[in-house]
Design a protein around this ligand. Structure first.
Ligand code: AMP
Ligand code: MG
Length: 499
């Protein structure tokens, strides 16, 4: 394992490894028996300055499986804590992930390259440090789909089979995903040091986060307040994008809330089909804490934990504990307006509205209410609004409603509002189709793709679904099944975390 690979060149330039010892445990990925490549993301590899064909060589596959350490890599498991379902766990950390290092990509920005499922670390607790094939394929596919849908997210660089079984409810093939992120700092990383009352480390981490993600805050009069403002704003915009797309993260614990504002740690995530704000997919989320409609509120809860961790730094900045608390509240209060502005803008785009009128949110809320009452598919309803305009007929959308007249009533109200817009119908249709995808990774299709891979070693459905979701805004002939919600017998009602 200590062999340094020479022909696979990854331009590592590591900084997290330079942070003090409390921040991580230096640990190499553990050996696996028989690595086998599933997929390399060519475009992403090139973007990161890596030749994808080098990753496909036997040596490249050994690196992606953790059997070899690439030159310049300094593998580590990061320390973090987290509130899981509101319950604080002071030591979580990378229990099955290994940060290989960082590279500067073509956009001039720094990215982490991390193996997930690479074996036990000092943070593994009772876990085996491994990942099963199903969750690896889900994360690969959904994170790449989110990226093309315009959502800030971690990316997938590669997936490999390990050749070792992992034991879950059943024995499953083991796999490793190579994940790329703007960084892997989480709210839980700050909580880790806050729980230990280690203010020096909180400051080191905050300064590192500012330098890496919020450079403007470095020049601010109150830099830690500016960091909090920045994270609140990015998280508000992120969750607004989730809501626009009907995306349910599923495990919004504070260790899964990133400081960079990216979607991270895809577990029991799914896109909602029939619209209902109470929709939940995770099998362990019995109280609906992380339901679709709770996501903005839970994000504020998670950001409140972040603000608490920053309080000692803000106290110095503000002059007193009381002033720091007031500043933290003020920063957190900004979430609602940033979220609403982004969310309403998203809804306006979906309804084909380019101007702003006070009744717009109410118009959208009226549609959503009718969708909930009529179990209308979230993605298709919004997509078919453009077809209603193109065909001058309510049918494409109305037919998705149990009672089509419910849509028709709303449509009359919508048409009156559209009449006040200056755009041509053609412009409006194009803008609407760019705002509401036709292809999303529907949960039953994801499950079907996983079953084919796990049960029959058949990766064709994975490749096909990846290809279909890579071009989500243009409807193509012959792909109807990828647009349709699950039939009752296909419905996946719960997704297991798959740890
Ligand atoms: P997650 O639910 O994937 O966000 O993980 C929550 C925590 O559990 C993190 O600290 C993970 O590193 C850890 N964890 C999850 N699965 C495993 C596993 N199979 N082995 C060791 N640690 C794990
Ligand atoms: Mg996590």
């Amino acid at each position: 394992m200590e062999t340094t690979a020479a022909t696979v060149r990854i331009p590592f330039d590591n900084t997290y490894a330079r942070l003090p010892g409390e921040f991580h445990a230096r640990v190499n990925p553990q050996q696996v028996r028989a690595p086998r490549l599933i997929k390399v993301n060519d475009a992403l590899a090139r973007f990161l300055g890596i030749d994808p064909d080098e990753l496909r060589t036997p040596e490249g596959v050994e690196i992606l499986a953790g059997n070899r350490i690439a030159e310049g890599s300094e593998p580590l498991a990061a320390a973090y804590a987290g509130h899981q379902y509101a319950h604080f766990v002071p030591t979580l950390g990378d229990g099955r992930a290994n940060l290989l290092g960082e590279v500067i990509a073509q956009d001039g920005k720094r990215y982490d390259i991390q193996l997930k499922g690479a074996g036990p670390t000092p943070f593994s607790r009772r876990g085996d440090g491994r990942a099963a094939l199903g969750p690896v394929l889900r994360e690969y596919l959904v994170s790449e789909a989110m990226n093309v849908l315009g959502v800030p997210t971690t990316r997938a660089l590669a997936a490999v089979l390990t050749g070792d079984p992992v034991i879950r409810e059943e024995v499953l093939p083991g796999a490793i995903i190579t994940r790329v992120a703007a960084s892997h700092m989480r709210v839980g990383t700050f909580e880790y040091f806050a729980a230990r009352k280690d203010v020096d480390s909180i400051r080191t981490l905050a300064d590192y986060a500012i330098n890496r993600h919020y450079p403007d805050a470095a020049d601010a009069h109150k830099r830690y307040r500016a960091l909090l403002d920045g994270v609140v704003a990015r998280q508000a915009q992120l969750v607004a994008r989730w809501m626009d797309l009907g995306f349910i993260h599923g495990v919004m614990n504070t260790d899964n809330t990133s400081i960079s504002g990216e979607t991270i740690d895809y577990g029991p995530c799914a896109f909602m089909e029939a619209y209902h704000p109470g929709t939940v997919f995770s099998s362990i989320d019995r109280n609906g804490r992380y339901s679709y409609g709770n996501q903005p509120g839970i994000t504020v809860w998670n950001l409140s934990r972040f603000a608490e961790a920053l309080l000692p730094l803000m106290e110095t900045e503000e002059g007193s504990a009381e002033a720091a608390m007031a500043a933290a509240y003020e920063a957190l209060n900004a979430f609602q307006s940033t979220f609403e502005t982004a969310h309403v803008a998203g809804l306006r785009r979906k309804l084909g509205l380019q101007t702003e009128q006070p009744g717009d949110l109410d118009l959208a809320a009226d549609l959503l209410q009718r969708m909930a009452e009529n179990t209308a598919d979230f993605t298709l309803t919004f997509r078919r609004l453009a077809d209603v305009l193109a065909q001058r007929d309510d049918y494409p959308a109305a037919s998705l409603f149990r009672d089509p007249s419910s849509f028709t009533q709303w449509s009359q109200r919508w048409q009156l509002r559209l009449a006040q817009e200056g755009t041509t119908t053609e412009e409006r249709i194009a803008a609407m189709r760019a705002a509401s995808p036709i292809y999303i990774p529907r949960n039953h299709l994801v499950q079907e793709m996983i079953d084919a891979a796990v049960q029959r070693d058949d990766f064709a459905p994975f490749e096909k679904l990846l290809q279909v979701t890579a071009d989500p805004f243009t409807e193509h002939e012959g792909l109807k099944r990828y647009t349709q919600p699950a039939r009752p017998e296909e419905r996946v009602t719960a997704t297991f975390c798959g740890t």
